[in-house]
Design a protein around this ligand. Structure first.
Ligand SMILES: [Zn+2]
Length: 284
């Protein structure tokens, strides 16, 4: 099979009331375990890579590994550009085979965010590539993207409708209280705001920073229009903790085929749990 645009998956999820989980991948092992778990559970999934991930793994390597996973499991996957900000960089990755893009102009003034997103949607729609944008600004840290509390702000429902009408974007990441990285204390989501956004817009909504958000809150968010749930930090922690535990037990270990395996198994449990919470199992 092949890499597909994510809006095919997201529009189906929206019409049927579930969400597609988007997992951040980094290398062969993380792609393998996301693909394997998704195939076993017949779940649509999106594999996401930040600019830092593509720099680390190499664009062609990452695209090739994801294509191989799709072929091996005979499933369509979306490989998605997470938090990309630079148009020529996006063009390069489209040429390499990526068909799902997030253009993050959330740091820009409203009119500049509109201009940037419009430019990317015009480019991408020519090739049937789906585009996600962000309005409002999430706090926290994801790779090189760091936003402190002072500079984060929530999505305004009226402004969201205007933004979508002016940009033609396919899906919208909303800021309703979630944050990248780890939460200090119980996360709070503004469901009233999400309900207002859902009433004003008619495209799939995206929840970033879902690591550490309790199951009931994620499910409520899905009921209110969230169709894509991004998970990165929880996977990293599970993988790293399992590898650290392995080395604590076997300090002399040096074979990646052995010490990577418990990391993959730990990651698989989180992936399976998120697929279950999103309600996407059996939806392929
Ligand atoms: Zn994000």
């Amino acid at each position: 099979m092949y890499l597909i645009p994510s809006n095919e998956m997201l529009n189906k999820a929206r019409s049927q009331g579930y969400a597609v989980p988007a997992f951040n991948v980094h290398n062969l092992e993380t792609v393998q375990i996301v693909a394997e778990t998704a195939a076993e559970m017949s779940s649509p999934v999106i594999m996401a890579g930040t600019p830092g991930t593509f720099s680390y793994a190499g664009i062609d390597y990452l695209v090739s590994i994801c294509k191989s996973a799709a072929k091996l499991h005979n499933l369509p996957f979306a490989l998605h550009l997470d938090h990309h900000e630079v148009v020529p960089d996006i063009e390069t990755k489209i040429k390499a085979g990526v068909r799902s893009v997030m253009i993050d102009g959330s740091h820009l003034p409203f009119s500049e965010n509109i201009a940037l997103v419009s430019k990317v949607t015009t480019l991408c729609h020519r090739y049937n590539i789906s585009v996600e944008a962000e309005l409002g600004r999430l706090g926290g840290q994801e790779d090189d993207l760091v936003v402190d509390a002072e500079n984060s702000f929530f999505t305004d429902p009226d402004v969201a409708a205007e933004f979508i009408a002016k940009t033609g974007v396919d899906s919208l990441a909303v800021a309703i209280g979630s944050a990248h990285g780890l939460y200090h204390g119980e996360p709070k989501l503004d469901f009233q705001r999400l309900a207002q956004i859902q009433r004003r817009v008619d495209i799939p909504l995206v929840l970033h920073g879902a690591s550490g958000i309790p199951e009931a809150m994620v499910k409520r968010a899905i009921e209110l229009g969230i169709c894509k749930v991004n998970v990165a930090t929880e996977l990293k922690i599970a993988f790293a903790d399992a590898v650290k535990k392995y080395f604590a037990q076997f300090p002399e270990a040096n074979d990646p085929r052995q010490y990577m395996t418990p990391g993959k198994s730990a990651m698989k449990q989180i992936i399976a749990e998120k697929i279950r919470i999103c309600g996407s199992a059996g939806k392929l």
